[in-house]
Every structure is written in C-alpha cells, then in structure tokens.
Design a binder for this molecule. Sequence first.
Ligand code: MN
Length: 498
Amino acid sequence: MKALRKYKFWFLTGSQDLYGDECLEHVAAHSQEIVETLNKSGKFPYEIVWKPTLITNEVIRKTFNEANLDETCAGVITWMHTFSPAKSWIIGLKELRKPLLHFHTQYNEEIPYGTIDMDFMNENQSAHGDREYAHILSRMEIPRTTVAGHWKNEDVQDKIASWMTTAVGIAESSSIRVLRVADNMRNVAVTEGDKVEAQIKFGWEIDTYSINDIAEYVSAVGEEEVNALTDEYYEKYDMIYGDKDEKEFRRYVSEQARIEIGFEKFLEEKNYHAIVTHFDDLGYLKQLPGLAIQRLMEKGYGFGAEGDWKVAAMVRLMKIMTAGKKDAKGTSMMEDYTYNLVKGKEGILQSHMLEICPSIADGRIGVRCEPLSMGRREDPARLVFTAKEGKGIAASLVDLGTRFRLIISTVNCRKTEQEMPNLPVATAFWTPEPDFYTGVEAWLVAGGAHHTAFTYDMTAEQLGAWGEAMGIEVVYIDEKTDICTLKQNLMLGKAIYG
Ligand code: MN
C-alpha cells in the first residue's frame, strides 16, 4: 500500500518593518514560541514548520511558491502579528495552490492593563492586521478556513487540527488512482458518472483493465504463499464451518488468500489505490472477491462494488484522511440494505453482498463460506462481524449530469435488537440524524445513492470542506436538517453550481 507522504504545515507570520528591528525580533520570537507550543501540544496529527517573518511582496511570493513546490507541505497557516499591508500579499496569494488556514490569534492572552502603552499596542495588533489581510482574502475570493482565538486555547487548537485532515484530503485527492476491472452494473444509474469530470474536479485517475489481467496474477500466486496467508486467516479469525467439511472449507478460504495476494501484487505494480469489481464479471476468478477485498480495504485500499468507482475513490479518500488517527474506529464501503420500521426502533441495516471492511468490526471476526444468490461461482469466503456503536458519517458522491453533488449524512450506529444468525455477511445498523424519517427523506430528496463511503473517524465538516475545496455542491444531513430548508439549499445549489 502506498504510504502517505510525511506531511507538514507551514506557519507563516506577517508583519512589516515600520516599527523597527526590535519589534520584528519580538514577532519572530513570538511566532516561534507559538509553533513550538502547538507542536508539543499533542493535538496535531502533522508537524507545523515555522518560517521566517514575511514582510515584503517578494518574500511572500517566493515563500508561497516554495510551499507550492514542496510535496510534503499540505497547507499553510497564516497570521498577521502586526499590521502587514495586504497589497503585499496579492501576487503571492494569486499563485498559492495549497490549502490555506487564516489563524487569527495574538501573542498575549490578556491586555496588560497596568503597563500597556503605544509600543505594546503597535506590536500586538493582529486584531488590526488580520482584518486588513482577511479583507484581501475576501476580495480575491481566496478559499480558506478561518480560526479565531488564543493559540493556547485547546478548542482553537482542535479546529486547526481538524482542518489539517481536510487539507491532507485536498493534497492527496489528485494522487488517487482507481482500477476498474469491471464496468458499471447493467441498467444501474446511481453508480455511473463522468470519469473525465472526476479527474478535472478531484484529480482522480480511473482506468480499466480486463478482469482476466488481474485473474492471471491470481492464478500465478504460489501454493506456499497461499498456504501461509490461509494459516494467518485461521489464526486471526473464527472459522464458522456450517455444513461444509473442514477440508472443503479451507479450500474455499485459501482461494480468497490467493485473490488477496494476486490483487495486491497487481495494484502495487500498477500503482492503484482503489479497485472496483462486479459479481457479474469475474472472468477466470473462482470466487467473487470477498474476504480478499475486505482485507485490502483494511490495508487502506478504496473499494466500490458493481463498478462503483465513485465509492471506491471516496473510500480511499476517507482512508487517507483518517490515516494515523488515534483510536480510529474504521472506514468502509457500505450499502443501505433493509429497514427496521418498528416505531421507536427505526434504523437501516447496512451491509453488502460480502465487501465490508473489518476495520469497523466490533469484537471477534468470523469466516463463513456460503452460496451467493448472484455471481455463479464457488461459495465465496467472507469475514462476518457486526460494526461498532457510535457516531459516523455516510457519504455519497452523485453525478447529476452536469455536475457532482456530495451528500453527507451523520448517522448513529448501534447494535440490532437481536442477533441475525442466518445472515452470512458483516453488518452495521444505524439511524440517520436528525431522526430516521427526516434523515431518510432528506437522503432521497437529495438523490443519494445506495452505496456509501462510511467512517467513524471524520466529521461531516471535515469531509464537506474537502468537497467545497473541490468546487462542488455539498449537502449536509445532520441534527439541524429539516426538509423545507434542505429543498431551499438544493435550489441554491442549482443556482450556484448550475
Ligand atoms: Mn451493491
């Protein structure tokens, strides 16, 4: 699996030379102290790098272009310690291509009432300087996130850390490469889309190979490797034999080990980070990739079923944006399958034919081999489990013909009231916010798909900010949603995005 770059964020402080060298020395010392403190706080998933104070047009332009060229720089944080005439920033800002956070802070937390004089006020005037700077950002319509507050304030630090996740999503989106070894399922509308437009908007490369190109890699995997990985499965998971004898069961399971190894080799060699399959287009494969795809998703690959490349790319994007998150609870492709409509117990049972990522599993994971009602192949081995409880987001990127819309629903996962012993697939069970009925109706009104990219480890705001940065409409379904306002927002989206 392709590792993420070791991303960093640049901290850029603005000032000018009007108040003398001593003042500029203070500015530099203050910003260095802020950066050191932020890095030591343990709040940030990425390192913040201090840069010398920016005071002239030339230095600002040069620094922004250095940020553009530095592949490890995922974004810039800017702050005007004193006053920095904003015309100096125009050319640099025009050329900046990295995500921007405007950090509106000031060095001192409290006004030093007893000692404050004009020198102090001139030196600590971000309330003044940041207004000048924000004005030019607004006039130039520069997309950015604005965070206001003292740099030691933990809520303020959390907001910056949250933005970093979005910034990394923006930086990495254009590196996502999706491998299609099957086309869209016949007659299905919502999984279709414009791949050229997706590359223009999101930077995704979406390429097709024949299923048998990858099936050859699967056939070529040696028995020793297959046996070793099958042994690993037997150590790690509970085998649920059902009515199969143990030898036959192991043969089915080992077929998925062969697929996992073959698929991963192909993906690595050709440098793809997400894959789509289709149960109706399996070529020489003996089984629909189930357990194999589940394990690849756990390793960080994106996946979409029935040719759904949009979901494959979105799952990969979520895997990137949540990589390295402390106490992560998981990210997976998901599908709205069936409802519980009993009053007071409403929820949507989430699953797929096989392919749910075990990163979301709660407790032990089992392996079962059961026939598929579709697919016309051997009974595929798959991992079965139930998902963790807690809040998450389910996202659907739909192609409306002339543009994309990203729909993000905040959902609350819980256990089903009873176990489902005859259901041989992994499941989650959730209720959308603000309540089941409004959440489901809103999803339908917005045209959301049945496949989603789901994660516990990111907020709707973090993903939505990525969508905004990509220049697409973002529709939130959350605790504040009501259908009337949603419809107005959709009309507004139509007016803005066409
Ligand atoms: Mn499906």
